[in-house]
Design a protein around this ligand. Structure first.
Ligand code: C5P
Length: 303
């Protein structure tokens, strides 16, 4: 008896970052778009809490209680008086430490899976509360689609999307730590007046229209200079994607995955091929967005 949940990766089409707050976090205007690259999280009753992981990046995934999937199971169990005795298996396809919310996806996936397994009856709002405790990007992994996140990025408003956007993602040879990228942002921002982060209206309009050219003109990522400062070779990947005809090229979130917007699936395949041949990245994937949030895809047959 087990439950499997599929959870998407995300790209930030806008990431506006404010000055560091007293608690060390940064206020954001974070426009998330879920894309069709997925982790699958399966939970099965077991003698104790255990995490396993399979996939190309599995060796880099912590299997102890620091894993967001384990933390999600513990947080839900504590609220509902359950024993978090589950085996959590993560079939990992989202790059690890890549700026695509792979860890957050596993947290949201384990939460939804344990919730279905235990039948807690938790409301969506309660699940979102637990997600926000787990991490700034976890609520979005639960809801998927497209959303504006403010505060740390955890306060979400769903956004209308009027079409499908086609993306190419170039995975880098190594990961980048999100806190390190925010620290570098702070270092680069020293002595600079940082404006309050606000969502770009042209960007929201482009999403609503489903217009890739307008979206390409409006995408932005305030963490990109910090990511490039820590990982200068990413500039070569961005250049290679632009040269291959991408409408827009940007670092995804805190990086180091780079994201390329294409007009249609054919153009995306062309950009992907050129990037793979460029020698500037480890692997290349195509994915379309918006994609659905955490979804139960298999559950016990007696339910
Ligand atoms: O919320 P989460 O645990 O995913 O954040 C990871 C790290 O990213 C934080 O410890 C902080 O250094 C940085 N962060 C930030 N401002 C945000 C979100 C994350 O500074 N809004």
């Amino acid at each position: 008896m087990s439950v499997t949940v599929r959870v998407p990766a995300k790209v930030n089409v806008q990431l506006a970052v404010g000055a560091a707050r007293p608690d060390g976090f940064h206020d954001l205007a974070n426009v998330f778009l879920a894309v069709g690259l997925y982790d699958e999280v399966t939970v099965t009753p077991a003698d104790g809490l255990r995490v396993t992981c399979a996939g190309p990046d599995a060796a880099q995934v912590p299997l102890d209680r620091t894993n967001l999937a384990a933390r999600a199971a513990v947080a839900l169990a504590e609220r509902y008086g359950q024993d978090p005795a589950v085996h959590i298996h993560i079939a990992k396809d989202i790059p690890v430490a890549g700026g695509m919310a792979g860890g957050s996806a596993d947290g949201a996936g384990a939460l939804v899976a344990c919730d279905a397994l235990w039948g807690t009856g938790a409301s969506r709002a309660e699940l979102l509360d637990i997600c926000a405790e787990l991490g700034s990007d976890v609520p979005f992994s639960l809801v998927g689609g497209a959303a504006l996140g403010v505060g740390r990025g955890e306060k979400l408003t769903a956004l209308e999307v009027g079409g499908t956007f086609h993306w190419v993602f170039a995975m880098a040879a190594r990961g980048l730590s999100t806190p390190a990228v925010f620290r570098e942002f702070d270092r680069l921002a020293e002595g600079v007046d940082i404006p309050e982060p606000i969502a770009s209206q042209p960007l929201l309009d482009a999403l609503a229209k489903g217009d890739p050219d307008a979206l390409a003109a409006a995408v932005s990522n305030d963490l990109q200079p910090a990511a490039l400062s820590l990982f200068p070779e990413l500039a070569d990947t961005l250049t290679a994607g632009r040269a291959a005809g991408a409408l827009a090229a940007l670092v995804s979130g805190s990086g180091p995955t780079t994201a390329f917007l294409a007009r249609d699936p054919g153009a995306a395949a062309q950009v992907a091929q050129a990037l793979a041949a460029s020698g500037t990245c480890r692997t290349v994937r195509t994915a379309a967005g918006p994609a659905a949030g955490a979804t139960v895809i298999a559950r016990p047959s007696h339910e």
